[in-house]
Design a protein around this ligand. Structure first.
Ligand code: HEC
Length: 188
């Protein structure tokens, strides 16, 4: 009995040494059983859809996962101020990170202390200022009176000559910068 078991094992071992791995199974009715999916290539014509294309646009009114639409145009800063609420609190961690991001992205124009006297405003060539438009003084009463959402909007969309910063500063960090401006630059 033992002998047979060993023999069977050896035979099984040998028969598994099949070097033609592409032939690993029998397929009886491949086409009918949908073994092979007949996917269309992305850019191939497609008789199934009305417009004859394989790639279809997203259904109207849907948004991509994790994409947050921003419904305000550049000159909507008042509307944004009324509708957007700062989701973060001025904890020391948020203020610290707000300062870090402010120093990187804003201080070059608005100055480390927000007075509108950043490095860029001091550059002069042939007696002419290289950046002639004065950046806003962020300690000014009218800026400190802006709702958080307005300042968030200015960072997100830009303002007049100031560029938009949405692509380089993520949403929560933009809110943290707002907290920093409102807390640190407030004239006491
Ligand atoms: C390249 C220079 C530059 C950078 C960088 C910059 N700003 Fe400005 N910013 C300006 C100028 C110039 C103005 C004033 C004219 C205007 O509104 O465009 C201004 C205006 C503002 C105002 C006032 C807008 C209003 O409606 O009165 C706020 C608030 C502001 N900036 C915040 C920021 C913050 C926060 C950052 C960093 C995320 C930043 N800015 C980065 C140049 C800059």
């Amino acid at each position: 009995m033992k002998k047979y078991i060993i023999l069977v094992l050896i035979l099984a071992g040998l028969s598994s040494c099949n070097h033609h791995q592409e032939n690993t199974y029998w397929d009886y009715m491949g086409d009918f059983d949908m073994y092979y999916s007949k996917a269309y290539e992305s850019y191939a014509p497609n008789p199934v859809f009305k417009d004859g294309k394989t790639l279809q646009k997203p259904v109207e009114g849907t948004i991509a996962r994790e994409y947050m639409p921003y419904p305000f145009e550049k000159n909507d800063k008042e509307k944004a101020g009324k509708m957007l609420k700062n989701p973060l609190k001025p904890t020391s961690a948020n203020l610290e990170r707000g300062k870090m991001k402010y120093d990187i992205y804003c201080a070059i124009c608005h100055g480390k202390e927000g007075k509108g006297d950043g490095h860029l405003t001091k550059l002069v060539k042939n007696g002419k200022k290289l950046y002639p438009i004065p950046p806003a003084n962020l300690t000014a009463d009218y800026i400190q009176a802006y709702p958080d959402g307005t300042i968030f909007h200015v960072i997100t969309k830009g303002s007049a000559i100031m560029g938009a910063h949405a692509s380089q500063i993520e949403t929560d960090d933009r809110w943290r910068i707002v907290l920093y401006i409102k807390n640190h630059f407030k004239v006491k």
